[in-house]
Design a binder for this molecule. Structure first.
Ligand SMILES: CC(C)(COP(=O)(O)OP(=O)(O)OC[C@H]1O[C@@H](n2cnc3c(N)ncnc32)[C@H](O)[C@@H]1OP(=O)(O)O)[C@@H](O)C(=O)NCCC(=O)NCCS
Length: 184
């Protein structure tokens, strides 16, 4: 678990920070950076049907996360790079699939130096400690080895399986919360 500190989210709009990154609320000005992230074919390879998303998807996403943070606080939190101040992507929670799904997506230039795990560990801490969320799940295509590794490092185990776009999706959760696996 990276060392982190929590901050007052209403005045600072910051949920937590480490030496290298900040987990914060979204701002409408994040749109351009997020649109660029989801227009990158490498970033999108293991997401949904694997296709890049247009700017309109980024607009919908920003609208949704802004609404979530003003109504219930938690969402897919924005991750900001301390050194540059750039938006790195997101790490956080959504419930549009009927359970709390924990996911992450960073711009390619930030891959490979531990940011993915660090951002996810911090977001999990915030989810559990700031927002008292339980029964958090995460899911991945098995071939998305980086993502599966992050899930395992967070301590989640396989609790179920589903299918998307004719491909197997593995579902993970914490064993203590899902002793019988995913039953829904
Ligand atoms: C998944 C993602 C967040 C990983 O980010 P990252 O910053 O490169 O990850 P980290 O550097 O923290 O690596 C975490 C672990 O995964 C491993 N890993 C990461 N990418 C990997 C890859 N492509 N192949 C094999 N292992 C990989 C790392 O070696 C590390 O394991 P270790 O601690 O045992 O050495 C990033 O690749 C991403 O944003 N991908 C696109 C979006 C996506 O697929 N999201 C998940 C949808 S389910």
């Amino acid at each position: 678990m990276p060392e982190l500190s929590a901050e007052n989210s209403t005045s600072m709009k910051i949920h937590a920070r480490t030496e290298r990154l900040i987990l914060r609320e979204w701002d409408a000005s994040d749109l351009d950076a997020f649109a660029e992230i989801i227009s990158d074919p490498e970033v999108m390879t293991h997401i949904g049907n694997g296709e890049v998303r247009p700017r309109s998807s980024a607009e919908e996403f920003i609208q949704r996360v802004l609404e979530h943070q003003s109504t219930r606080g938690w969402t897919r939190f924005a991750v900001e790079h301390v050194e540059s101040g750039d938006l790195m992507g997101f790490s956080g929670l959504d419930d549009k699939i009927g359970r709390i799904d924990f996911g992450w997506r960073l711009a390619k230039r930030f891959w490979g130096v531990g940011y993915g795990y660090e951002a996810s560990a911090v977001a999990l801490w915030v989810a559990q400690n700031t927002f008292s969320l339980t029964h958090i799940t995460s899911q991945s295509y098995p071939e998305n080895v980086g993502s599966v590794r992050i899930i395992e490092k967070l301590g989640m185990v396989r609790i179920g399986e589903t299918e998307e776009f004719s491909k197997v999706v593995h579902i993970y959760g914490f064993e203590s919360e899902w002793p019988d696996g995913l039953t829904q």
